[in-house]
Every structure is written in C-alpha cells, then in structure tokens.
Design a binder for this molecule. Structure first.
Ligand code: HEM
Length: 338
C-alpha cells in the first residue's frame, strides 16, 4: 500500500513539476529543484513542512464580488454570488516553530473554488513588496544567507556585499521592521505584490496590484504586549475572532496608470493611485488542529480564472515549479503545518 501511495505521489509530483516547469519556463531562469535545495540549505530541512510559510492553519471563507469588479473583469469570482474559498494563514519562513510575536511576515493564501471547475489561487504577504525582483536575485539572496560551515552562521561580510549590490532586497525586511507585531492574522494587510491584468466583457485590460485589507481595521501589538503574548497565540486568537464573526477582508485593487512599472515585485505602484473594491472575503471557520484541506494545496499564483491575467513580472511564473516541488517533497514526507 505504502509503495502504491509513494509511486502515486511520485507520479503526481513529476506531472505537477513537469506541468509547472513547462508553465514556468517562460519566467524561470533558475532550476526549480535548486530553489528548494537552497531553501533547505539556508533555513534547514523541516520534513513534511512547506519550504516557506511552514507554520500555518487552514480556514474556510466566502467571497462576494462587487459591481465595480464586474466592470473590470469577466472573472466568475466577481459574479456577486458567494464563492467558497479554501484559506491558509501562515507565518513567513521555513521554520515551523517561528514565533508569532515577532515583527515578521504573515501570509494569506487563497483558493477560490469557482463554477465549472475553475480555480483562482494566490499567496499574499503582509508587505507591499517582496524580497527580490528576479528568480536569480532571489536564489542568490538565499545563498548569501546560508550559514558558513565553520561558524555555523551567515557570513556578515557576504551578506553585506550582497545587500550593497542589491539594495531592493532590504525593502521587505525594512517594511516589516517598521510595523508593529500583528495582533492577529485577521488584523493586518496582505498584498499580492505582483501586478495582474483584469479583462472585461469588451476586452478592455486594466493592470493593478491588489491588497486584502481587514474590515475591522489594522491592529498591532506594542513590544510589551507582544512579549506578553508569547510565541504561540495566533491560531487560538484566529479561532476566537472567527467564532465572533470578526474576520473579513476587503479585496481592493490599486489601478496602474500608463507608464507605471508593473513588472517588478519590489516596486509598488506610486502612492495615490485610484483604488477600487473588488468584493469582500469573510472567514467563516478555522480548523481545530493542523489538518484541513489547505494542507495539500499548492497555492500556485499562476492559476487564474478567465478575466484575470499575469503581468510580465518574472517572479510570478517562477513561483509555479518550486511550489510543486515543495508540495511533492512534503507529501512524500507526510504533510504537516503545526
Ligand atoms: C521565485 C520566487 C519564489 C519562490 C521560489 C518561492 C518559493 C516558495 C515555496 C517553495 C513555498 C512553499 C510552497 C508549498 O510547499 O506549497 C512558498 C510559499 C509561499 N510563498 Fe513563495 N516563492 C517565491 C515568490 C513569492 C512571492 C513573490 C510571494 C509574494 C506574494 C510569495 C508568497 C508566498 C506565500 C504567501 C506562501 C505560502 C503559501 C501557502 O500557504 O501555501 N512567494 N514560496
């Protein structure tokens, strides 16, 4: 039986990887397996866990699209009828024991289950920019942080040299360091980071960058409050807030104007761009443990419904294959997230 599962998983992994690799070949300049190997070399290998966003929890939600969204895109997600969403909240990084009370990244991954078997998948982060603008820069960033075999620590000179040569990689950590520790997965903004094209019934195409903004407003902790909360409070906090019906997000889109840079994950749109509401996502339930449907999902952002398109941002297609490989490894190892 185990051999059957392993061969099925191996088959799935190779099919996923080959599909994703074919899909990603457009943007990826880096071998997807090399990416996952580098994640493991830099952050350690935590069997069964995602190689990024390891510590997480499954939830369920419902999305209702707006009339403004229907004017921008034919995507069925915006029909106005409730759409079921498989949600995953997580703490950034590869460490499944990452503390909840650090000024670090929070993630909101979503799978919209649309009519006619269509899906829309996305992985959003609590920063308007990502930590690298090209696949090569990202793997070099990870390599620059790999521990020196003698000192068992990253080499500060190597890290500094890399940062000096690639200043944009500091924008993400600077943003996170400037924010308070989020009081909850439900009280922080999540950005898609990439630009996407929205195509409406008359074929008009509008590019933009999206943000999920908590309906209840942003809420952060003071350093003392964060210290008092300890390293493991987010899951129970989320369960309570969802039970109280207090976790919902406005799905907003900042509209790009002609001339705006829309092909970079480290360059946000200029301030003051018009923002439209695409609808609202309400979180309706949270898993009682580390299980749930999100555990074996690969939140590949290249899976979009008709009416939504990828921009020329090279980081977007480059995510597909490494995610599939990470999924394959953790399924073989026995997927877990807590
Ligand atoms: C070449 C670029 C990138 C690589 C190689 C990469 C790699 C990964 C890997 C291996 C995972 C775990 C996937 C799994 O096991 O299912 C992951 C998860 C994630 N990544 Fe990336 N990533 C990249 C770019 C980005 C960018 C630009 C964002 C920003 C929006 C992002 C946001 C996330 C999120 C939110 C998750 C957690 C998704 C979940 O809960 O399953 N990643 N990434």
């Amino acid at each position: 039986m185990k051999i059957l599962i392993l061969s099925a998983v191996a088959m799935a992994t190779s099919m996923l990887a080959s599909g994703a690799i074919a899909q990603a070949s457009a943007g990826a300049t880096v071998d997807p397996s090399a990416f996952i190997n580098q994640f493991e070399s830099t952050f350690g290998k935590f069997e069964g866990y995602r190689r990024s966003g390891a510590k997480g929890i499954c939830a369920a939600g419902e999305f209702v699209g707006s009339a403004e969204a229907r004017a921008l895109s034919t995507a069925s997600a915006f029909s106005g009828s409730p759409v079921p969403v498989v949600v995953r909240f997580s703490v950034g990084g590869a460490n499944p024991k990452a503390p909840d009370n650090a000024k670090s990244q929070r993630n909101l991954a979503l799978q919209f289950n649309l009519p006619n078997g269509e899906q829309w998948l996305m992985g959003n982060i609590s920063s308007p920019v990502f930590g690298a603008s090209s696949p090569q820069q990202f793997i070099d960033l990870l390599a620059s942080r790999q521990a020196d075999p003698t000192t068992k620590m990253p080499d500060p000179a190597k890290v500094k040299a890399f940062n000096d040569a690639n200043p944009e990689v500091l924008l993400l950590p600077k943003h996170l360091a400037a924010q308070p520790v989020p009081a909850s997965f439900g009280s922080v903004n999540y950005w898609g980071v990439h630009a996407y094209g929205f195509v409406n019934a008359s074929g008009a195409r509008q590019f933009g960058k999206w943000i999920f903004e908590p309906v209840g407003g942003l809420q952060g902790l003071s350093d003392d409050e964060a210290k008092a909360k300890g390293a493991t409070f987010l899951f129970d906090d989320l369960r309570q807030r969802v039970k109280d019906g207090k976790v919902a997000f406005n799905f907003n889109l900042e509209l790009a104007q002609a001339g705006d840079k829309i092909d970079s994950a480290t360059v946000p749109l200029p301030d003051g761009r018009r923002k439209v509401n695409l609808g609202q996502l309400k979180i309706t339930s949270v898993s009682e443990d580390g299980g749930g449907p999100c555990l074996s999902i690969n939140y590949n952002p290249m899976v979009m419904p008709k009416g939504v398109e990828a921009s020329a941002d090279p980081m977007l297609p480059a995510r597909a294959a490494p995610y599939a490989i990470s999924l394959g490894r953790r399924l073989v190892e026995g997927a877990k997230q807590q």
